[in-house]
Every structure is written in C-alpha cells, then in structure tokens.
Design a binder for this molecule. Structure first.
Ligand code: SAH
Length: 342
C-alpha cells in the first residue's frame, strides 16, 4: 500500500516491521499530512530511516501542470499531473465560512450525464486515496491558504470509487492529519442507489448532495443515463432512508437547463415528490460545455423556479458561480488540456 494511504494504526504496524517504535510512525504520519514533498523534509527522522523509507515506499507527489487564478473572486484552479501522467483538477474557492477545495475522485467518469464535460472521454481510472488527499494537501501548501472545507464535486463519481473515497475521508478527518470535520465535507453523487444505502450505514456526519436535475423520469432519463438503472422513485426512497438513518438533511443539486427542466411545472412536481423529506435545493445555472447543445436557463426562469420552491416550503439557493473566467467548472480545464495534447 502507498504509505500516504495508510491510517495511523496501519503505519504503526508497517514501521514496526522496519524495527521502529510507534511514536516514529506518528511523526511520519504528521509530516505526510502536512504536505511535505519528500522524506528529506522530515527533519526529526534520521537520514538512514529516510533513505529506507524512500526505498520501501517511493515518495510521490502530483505536479502542477496549470494554475489559474480568477481576478474576480480569488478562485484558484489547479490541473495536476499524477505519477502515471494522468491529469485531474482541483478548485479552491474562498467562501466567507472558509476556504473550500473541490476535489476530483476519478480520472474521467463513466456516468455519461449529457451536460457534463468530465464524462466526455469516459472513465480512465479511479483515484487512489492518497491522490485525493494530495489534492487537498498541495492546494493548501501551494496557495498558502488553510483549507477548512472539502466538496467531492470535481471530476468523477465518488460513489463509483467507494472504498477509496471512504479511506480518503478517514485520512482527511483524522486527528493527527488535517483533522477536517465531517460536517465540513460534502459528497456529491449522480444517484447510485445501492451505494447511497451503503453510505447511510456508515452514519457519517458529512452532507450528501444528490444531483437530481429533474423532477421525473421522463426528463431525467434524457440527461442522466444513470436514471435508467436507478429511477427517481428509487432514488428518492433511498434519500428518505438516508435521512432516517443519519438525521442529515439532503442537499439536492439542480442544474438549470433551458427548455429541459426549468418550467414552473417542474418545480411544482419537485415539491410534490419531495414532500416530507427535509431537503435543500441548490440551483445551478448550467455551465455551457462546448461539445453540448444544452443552454443555461434564463435568469427569469431561475428566479421563478426558485420562488416556486421557496413558496412551497423547500429552501432553494442559486449557486453563485465562482471562477467563471477560468474554466473553473467540472472537467473543463482537463478537457482543454487533453484536447491540446493529443
Ligand atoms: N459525479 C458526482 C460529482 C461530480 S459533478 C455527481 O454527479 O454529483 C458535481 C456537480 O456538477 C453535479 O451536480 C453535476 O451534475 C454538476 N454538473 C456537471 N456538469 C455541469 C454543468 N455543465 N453545469 C452545471 N452543473 C454541472
């Protein structure tokens, strides 16, 4: 296993095999979770042990391929190259409540949503736990800004990479690591029902975000292939059970697409279907993707949709778009880079 994917007890066991006491494992764990770039930065570890570590667990870090900073709102977008040459994106957003990183969980995605740039080239591979952790660590180190919040809303479907994501959450949440509270973490899914049910069993205090984007199968089937496997009724039933099991209100994402899902009737149907389920609606004006014919809803349509939901008792916010000047949404930078380099 990669040394950075180890929990502290696992690292303690691994170091014991190398003849090292438990406190040494803790020192190394702490260094790794500070985002050092090599074992040589671990100044309280002997040179000899550093060399042995390098031999047993070769040190790997992602490299910055591109970095774009928004002049408008301070959003920073990183394109990282992973040790095998694949690229993923991370976005740092500066909210009043804290610096938030949006991380990728896979290289590409196999979910096929019609409006999303990340899925255009399919799934290349899933990310390892340390590759998700590195995005948080090195965004913090490079920007010099302390990270307090994480959203799993970058490239990929987190619940299609379940075990690695669970391990990443354990690492980033650990007291001797970044110690980021589960309540400061949001996980977004396109609606893989069996995995939502599995996640519910773990009873984590994170926020589950469900990409709903439509009030009914007729519409959802046309933009999200996953809906054919897990139709809206099953998805909403899983959400209700999730709430019952965890006590955590679900946050729904709804990309507003002109002429597709943005009528007031759609909002009314949503209200009906969400009855009794404590929810929050995040309305996201569609980010236009070059390869797609879909267009964002008009401001007026977004406002009318929001009002209908609010009047019906479902809190709805329109997501402020950050970093619009730097391709800071959903796989667009990786897409551009890949297109330029083939
Ligand atoms: N696979 C996960 C998380 C990654 S996508 C999921 O589907 O939830 C993060 C969010 O961005 C999802 O709600 C996704 O539907 C949305 N999204 C993707 N492309 C978009 C676009 N062009 N405009 C607006 N939202 C988009």
């Amino acid at each position: 296993m990669n040394i950075k994917a180890m929990t502290l007890p696992e690292m303690t066991a691994a170091l014991k095999e190398m003849g090292q006491p438990a406190f040494r494992a803790k020192q190394i764990y702490t260094w790794l979770h500070k985002g050092v770039r090599s074992y040589d930065e671990m100044t309280n570890i002997s040179k000899d042990l550093r060399a042995r570590l390098q031999q047993t667990y070769p040190f790997q870090t992602p490299q910055v391929v591109r970095k774009q900073e928004s002049q408008k709102d301070g959003t920073i977008k990183y394109l990282w190259m992973l040790p095998d040459g694949n690229c993923v994106e991370t976005v740092l957003m500066r909210y009043h409540y804290g610096n938030t990183v949006c991380i990728s969980t896979e290289v590409g995605c196999r979910m096929g949503c019609a409006f999303c740039a990340s899925t255009l080239g399919g799934l290349v591979r899933r990310l390892e736990p340390q590759e998700m952790l590195d995005q948080v660590l090195f965004t913090q180190v490079d920007s010099g800004l302390p990270i307090s919040h994480i959203v799993l809303m970058g490239i990929g479907e987190p619940l299609d990479n379940f075990e690695n994501v669970m391990r990443f959450l354990e690492l980033v949440n650990s007291e001797d690591g970044m110690n980021i509270s589960m309540r400061h973490i949001s996980l977004s899914t396109c609606g893989l029902v069996p995995m939502i049910r599995e996640l519910a069993k773990r009873k984590l205090q994170l926020t589950l975000s469900v990409s709903l984007h439509a009030p009914c199968d007729e519409i959802r089937n046309t933009i999200m292939p996953v809906n054919k496997a897990y139709p809206t009724e099953e998805l909403l039933a899983a959400c209700r059970d999730y709430y019952k099991q965890t006590g955590r209100r679900i946050s729904f994402e709804y990309a507003m697409i002109h002429g597709v899902n943005d009528r007031v009737e759609d909002a009314k149907l949503l209200l009906k279907r969400l009855k009794g389920l404590p929810a929050h609606m995040n309305l996201i004006p569609l980010n236009h993707v070059e390869e797609s014919p879909l267009k964002p809803s008009t401001r007026a349509a977004v406002a009318a949709f929001q009002k209908t939901l609010e009047d019906g008792g479902v809190p709805a916010t329109v997501r402020r778009t950050l970093g619009g000047d730097i391709d800071a949404s959903c796989g667009q930078l990786r897409r551009k880079y890949t297109k330029e380099h083939v």
